[in-house]
Design a protein around this ligand. Structure first.
Ligand SMILES: CC(=O)N[C@H]1[C@@H](OP(=O)(O)OP(=O)(O)OC[C@H]2O[C@@H](n3ccc(=O)[nH]c3=O)[C@H](O)[C@@H]2O)O[C@H](CO)[C@@H](O)[C@@H]1O
Length: 379
């Protein structure tokens, strides 16, 4: 049985690793160990609870006002003991966060086989998104096995020199998580969304939180949402990220507005139900870029560049930037033009077919049989 340690700390990592962790629990080839860094404390805990996952170890690294360097340093230091003592066969990190980079470096320094899930995404600009593009490129340099969600991300890795036999296309596990959540989502019975199913207005789900949107761009996004809400037949639902920089702009600009519900982040299954009910999704979240198109929801991406071009190429998502007038124009076009709406409202399998988890498990099992991977470990 192979002992596999998952190291992650944010909500999206938990959601995307959860199907793999839960499948490993049922698979006699593996013994999963979950090490949570606590990078997104509250939102991480809610996401893990949804999937019934209790971390084996919680590093509790977050302290108020920490810099990126301090977070990275504290995660690496806290990992030192468990990685020395737990006799781990492989570490899995996901994506591109500070937890990903710190977990990957710690595994490398302990000479433990490193598996990178959601590998090979590239915006093409090392400085944007910051620091995620650099994080994922750095992790690729030291990974033993690259699990790429799409053929495009696999091609990026091979172009950069990753050995072909160490790159596997698995699909993105977010689609597995999404299908499970959408099938198991509870109806809204109380709270601000209790009337959602009966509401005849067009529902727009909007969110923004990423670093590039902080400050002026966030004000533009808020101004756009406010303008769109002037239309009587639309209702905007905005789950607010826990980041105070987001709240400081969104709350004064959008609270007490007719047609806008500013709400707390929802548990994953509830959020999936909300996306299912939505007519349009507007967001700078990477998760929305994948989940919206997978559900067949026209998705307007509030970014200048993306490392997830597949849904844009498939026509279900559009990159619209963060200028208020452009966002308003794009939303109005979708609300008015039935043909445009119909063209974009097609579910696409651009990121996966819902069977990524089994491919991930098989790729890891196969890879760990290679003597070279096991030889990396120090006795
Ligand atoms: C800015 C940033 O750090 N982005 C990273 C983050 O993505 P991302 O920007 O997607 O991170 P978010 O915090 O928006 O999390 C998205 C996830 O949360 C879910 N959700 C959203 C709202 C809500 O109320 N409830 C809820 O459960 C969404 O369905 C989605 O699955 O992680 C990705 C995966 O590692 C990385 O590739 C991105 O670069």
């Amino acid at each position: 049985m192979q002992k596999i340690a998952f190291i992650f700390g944010t909500r999206p990592e938990a959601i995307k690793c959860a199907p793999v962790i839960n499948a490993m629990k049922e698979d006699p080839r593996f013994e999963p160990i979950v090490i949570a860094t606590g990078q997104h404390r509250e939102m991480l805990d809610v996401a893990l609870e949804e999937f019934n996952i209790i971390p084996d170890l919680d590093l509790h690294v977050m302290m108020p006002g920490q810099t990126l360097s301090q977070v990275t340093h504290r995660i690496m230091e806290a990992l030192s003991r468990p990685l020395s003592e737990l006799d781990i066969d492989a570490v899995i990190v996901h994506g591109d966060t500070a937890s990903t980079l710190a977990g990957a470096l710690a595994a490398f320094q302990h000479r433990i086989c490193l598996v990178h899930l959601e590998a090979g995404l590239r915006s093409g600009n090392i400085a944007s998104p910051f620091p995620e593009e650099a994080n994922r490129r750095l992790v690729a340099q030291i990974s033993d096995l690259h699990l790429a969600p799409t053929s495009g991300s696999a091609a990026n890795l091979i172009r950069e020199g990753a050995p072909k036999d160490r790159v596997k296309v698995t699909g993105n596990t977010v689609v597995d998580a999404l299908r499970w959540a959408a099938a198991n989502a509870p109806a809204f019975r109380d709270g601000p969304l209790a009337d959602l199913e009966q509401d005849e207005r067009r529902i727009i789900v909007a969110s923004a939180h990423r670093r590039e949107s902080w400050g002026e761009p966030m004000k533009e996004i808020a101004a756009a949402l406010s303008e769109i809400a002037n239309q009587d037949d639309v209702r905007l639902i905005v789950p607010l990220h826990k980041n105070q920089l987001v709240r400081d702009i969104m709350i004064p600009a959008l609270s007490h507005r007719a047609n806008i519900d500013l709400i707390e982040p929802l548990p994953y299954r509830c959020f999936c139900r909300l996306m299912q009910r939505a007519d349009i999704i507007i967001s700078d979240s990477s998760g929305a870029e994948e989940e919206g198109p997978s559900l067949g929801k026209p998705t307007l991406v509030l970014r200048e560049i993306t490392e997830r071009p597949e849904a844009i190429e498939a026509g279900t998502a559009r990159l619209v930037g963060r200028c208020a007038s452009r966002i308003v124009q794009e939303v109005r076009a979708l609300l008015r033009d039935e043909e445009l709406y119909r063209r974009m409202a097609r579910p696409v399998d651009a990121y996966g077919d819902g069977c990524a988890t089994m491919r991930v498990l098989d790729a890891i099992a196969e890879f760990l049989q290679y003597p070279r991977a096991c030889d990396l470990r120090v006795a």
